[in-house]
Design a protein around this ligand. Structure first.
Ligand SMILES: Nc1ncnc2c1ncn2[C@@H]1O[C@H](COP(=O)(O)OP(=O)(O)OP(=O)(O)O)[C@@H](O)[C@H]1O
Length: 364
């Protein structure tokens, strides 16, 4: 991995709201901006796009400086190579999908084009829609066309402002795999605004949490989701995201074995075959993890894995607590009753067995 980076420092005052951020983000993959309504997510994207001009600002995207107020550098919005995807794809209603896409493409000199038309169309799976007018597309299809159009502007950065927010659950499910493809197959960093923890868990590599215009957390997704000073782990749906590599597929039982880095054990889950060696992202909810001191040999639970207790936290509900566990090189969390916690005499550094009742594959 190279040390590609984005640096964004902005101080911008609106009446009643100040954005004051200083971020260092990976220069590849998806960085999610998460926060309550009004926390400043869109304002931050607008600063990055050059649509706001803060009194003090610095923006570096990999090896390019787009803005440096201390040195009089300011790249205006129309010269910033960003692709913007909004909640609504905003396609020209009188132009076919093909002409909408060509509109984005024509703005870029042939020699500067980084994403060929065919690649964008193939990545978003829209070749069969090219001759249609936008009003003959579903919401999900419109968003995919909007994303292809953004790619065809040859961006060095994609800005996505809640691109799935206007879609129902089914349409969201249709678009998410395409977003994953953009993430996996293109070397263009994405800043992704979302309210939905599920989307963030599935897509993001890095998580930024904003509150009242300030950054309250910024770090790799896996670590940030389970930080005890952030609200995520106190949710009913608290979860950890870990990564692994497909080891094998058991065709007889239709089970996939996933090797976890640093662990001797594999996770098993019901899933169609995937090629050995494929890296996958897995979500484990805290409430689906139980703990035992011995390796249960007569359980129907597929996943019984050795782990070590790191630490624990109280929860607002006094009947429960959360235990953070080291599983190979990664961390997961278990929500158990305080009764069980005392009964098992949990202490930090303790080796024990985790039983994981349900595991979901998020991305491959
Ligand atoms: N041009 C402006 N003038 C004055 N206030 C503004 C302006 N633009 C944004 N704000 C204020 O800045 C704050 C942050 O807005 P912003 O849209 O960035 O939040 P957000 O986190 O994206 O919210 P949401 O999730 O609801 O889209 C809000 O209080 C908003 O009213």
């Amino acid at each position: 991995m190279s040390d590609k980076q984005m640096k964004a420092r902005f101080t911008l005052a609106h009446p009643g709201f100040t954005l004051d951020v200083d971020l260092q983000l990976p220069g590849r993959g998806v960085s999610a901006l998460f926060g309550h309504s009004g926390s400043g997510k869109t304002t931050l994207l607008r600063c990055v796009a050059g649509l706001e001009r803060p009194a003090s600002g610095y923006l570096q995207i990999n090896d390019e400086t787009w803005q440096d107020s201390a040195n009089g550098i300011w790249l205006p919005a129309h010269r910033r190579p960003v692709g913007y995807v909004f909640q609504d794809a905003n396609l020209f209603p009188h132009l076919s999908v093909r002409r909408n896409l060509e509109f984005g493409l024509k703005r870029i000199a042939k020699t500067a084009r980084r994403v060929p038309f065919e690649q964008a169309v193939e990545l978003l799976g829209i070749s069969h829609l090219l001759e249609r007018l936008p009003d003959r597309l579903s919401g999900g299809e419109r968003q995919r066309v909007g994303m292809a159009r953004a790619l065809l502007t040859s961006p060095r950065l994609l800005l996505m402002d809640e691109p799935l927010a206007a879609l129902d659950l089914k349409r969201k499910g249709e678009v998410l795999p395409y977003l994953e493809r953009l993430h996996d197959e293109l070397d263009i960093p994405i800043l992704y605004v979302s309210h939905a923890p599920d989307e963030v868990a599935r897509l993001a590599d890095h998580l930024v949490v904003l509150d009242e215009g300030r950054v309250t957390a910024s770090g790799p997704l896996k670590e940030t989701l389970i930080r005890s000073d952030l609200p995520f782990i106190f949710e009913d749906d608290a979860e950890a995201v870990i990564e692994g590599q497909v080891e094998r597929h058991d065709a007889h039982y239709d089970l996939l074995d996933i090797r976890l880095p640093g662990s001797t054990a594999c996770l098993r889950l019901a899933h169609a075959p995937l090629p050995a060696g494929r890296r996958v992202r897995i979500k484990i909810k805290a409430r689906d993890v139980s703990l035992s001191l011995e390796q249960a040999r007569d359980s129907s639970v597929l996943n019984l894995l050795p782990a070590t207790v790191e630490r624990w936290f109280d929860l607002p509900n006094p009947a429960h607590c959360l235990v953070e566990l080291q599983l190979g090189d990664q961390r997961i969390i278990a929500r158990i009753t305080r009764y069980s916690f005392d009964g098992l005499n949990i202490r930090s550094g303790q080796p024990l067995w985790v039983q994981v009742k349900s595991v979901s594959l998020l991305a491959s």
